[in-house]
Design a protein around this ligand. Sequence first.
Ligand SMILES: Cc1cc2nc3c(=O)[nH]c(=O)nc-3n(C[C@H](O)[C@H](O)[C@H](O)COP(=O)(O)OP(=O)(O)OC[C@H]3O[C@@H](n4cnc5c(N)ncnc54)[C@H](O)[C@@H]3O)c2cc1C
Ligand SMILES: NC(=O)c1ccc[n+]([C@@H]2O[C@H](COP(=O)([O-])OP(=O)(O)OC[C@H]3O[C@@H](n4cnc5c(N)ncnc54)[C@H](O)[C@@H]3O)[C@@H](O)[C@H]2O)c1
Length: 470
Amino acid sequence: MTDVLVIGAGPAGAFAAHRAADLGARTTLVAREEFGGMAANDGPVPVRTLAHAARLLREARQLGRYGIATDEFRLDYPRLLDRVDEVVHDIRTHSALRSRIDGLGVKVHEHAGTTRFVDPHTVETDRGLRLQAEKIILCTGGVSRPLIVPGAELTHTHSDAWTLREVPPSMLVIGGGATGLQVASVFTAFGSRVQLFETGPRILASEDADVSAVVAEAFREHGMVVRDKLDTVRSFEKTPDGVRMHFVRNGTPDSAEAALAVVAIGWSADTTGLNLPAAGVETDERGFVRVDAYQRTSVPHVFAAGDVTGRLMLVPQAAQAGFVAATNAVRGPQLPLWDQISPIGSFTDPEYAGVGLTETKARQEHDVIVATIRLDAAARPIIDGRTTGFCKLIVDRTTHQILGCHVVGERAVETTQLAAVAMTAHMRVQDLARIPLSFPTYAAIVGRAAYVIVRRLGLDADRSPYEPPC
Ligand SMILES: Cc1cc2nc3c(=O)[nH]c(=O)nc-3n(C[C@H](O)[C@H](O)[C@H](O)COP(=O)(O)OP(=O)(O)OC[C@H]3O[C@@H](n4cnc5c(N)ncnc54)[C@H](O)[C@@H]3O)c2cc1C
Ligand SMILES: NC(=O)c1ccc[n+]([C@@H]2O[C@H](COP(=O)([O-])OP(=O)(O)OC[C@H]3O[C@@H](n4cnc5c(N)ncnc54)[C@H](O)[C@@H]3O)[C@@H](O)[C@H]2O)c1
């Protein structure tokens, strides 16, 4: 019997186990595979490594433009996968969190196989471990949502990138969300002819509309076929060279072929192995574990955190929820998950990122003023030869609070962090405009957008008399 048992060792589980042990609880962490979960082993870390290779390729294509003579370069995909393994291994080996968890005496069972409830306080693993705990925290993450149509067994997920021997000459990517775009962008850079399909009215449907439009346009310029407003995917069939997808668009049946089809139509909770009925834990209508603000499930001694709960599915949010779940598991329900400004973004080409309200949402709720600075009007993107994209800042006309910031282009994810900090600190736009941000940087473009708004609102003209260089 242990005080706290954490199931799943991704960011949610790792932070939960650390917090519980830090508060003095005897803690056990049980992982199906390696420590680090999907985040470290199959998601952001390895996929970001592929995205870095894609970045190196696009930088290499610019070398001649900067007077650097090169012999031909080509991608050696198996060598790239070796590098992915190296990165995953290095990050795991240098994990400060893992050392602290070990230092606090958490009992970590890696490669334990799937863990399932036997009764509300007892679990068993595939490898024959039987563990009992006063409190249990479910951090089992999610899995790729399958497309349930005839021939779906011929399709793949992003995880199959690790088993490919070479870059497929062509690829269908089904799903225009963060995962689909990441796969489509990386494999386009690697030389695959990619066709991207989305049922919604536009790719990246939850992002600002201008972000979707500019990313889609850039993808098309890179040679990708982007097809949104699909009615339905009907089936897949095998062809001599790969797979054919049958679909309906605008009421008209059509088909597309490629060497490989990757499905990325969403993320579901990974609860199938847990045998939740044995503990009485309820899931919601989408299959995610239902939790309250204290990360409590429907069973008082069972908590849950991270992707398995279906909230914003990102690493920092999973880590925060794990911290909250463990705090409440050990001390009783006293720490609700706090409201937070959550920047999102992805490492496609071009990158995109956003924080706060989209322009459409902001206009519904506020009287707003918006400034958009194109990257081709700023020094750093011109220096780097990366002029695609924009930075849009959205501000409330009355309170001068920053409501949202949306960026497409080089370093968009990093640039957006600046706006997230300003929003979290409740800075007014005139405060942001006054910071002499370094020149020439991408972040300074946010400052320029702030300055444009300050001028248009007639604020602080005497204190910000010059246009900040960017
Ligand atoms: C391709 C891709 C790219 C992404 N990129 C980013 C990014 O750039 N930035 C970002 O912030 N987020 C990104 N995400 C999202 C991020 O990876 C997740 O939000 C995050 O990993 C969730 O953490 P978690 O701890 O809830 O679950 P996970 O990281 O999924 O870990 C859960 C672990 O529990 C294990 N498990 C499941 N069931 C059981 C069981 N019954 N018994 C024992 N163990 C079990 C799983 O095997 C897994 O190892 C990406 C996701 C994907 C798919
Ligand atoms: N860089 C990042 O931060 C990153 C990268 C990948 C994933 N993630 C996280 O993982 C989660 C899951 O991402 P995701 O992209 O897998 O799911 P998603 O739900 O974000 O996107 C899935 C897309 O597929 C579309 N779709 C659904 N059914 C379809 C069909 N039959 N045919 C064609 N399109 C269809 C949806 O309209 C949607 O646009 C997200 O919440 C995201 O936060 C983050």
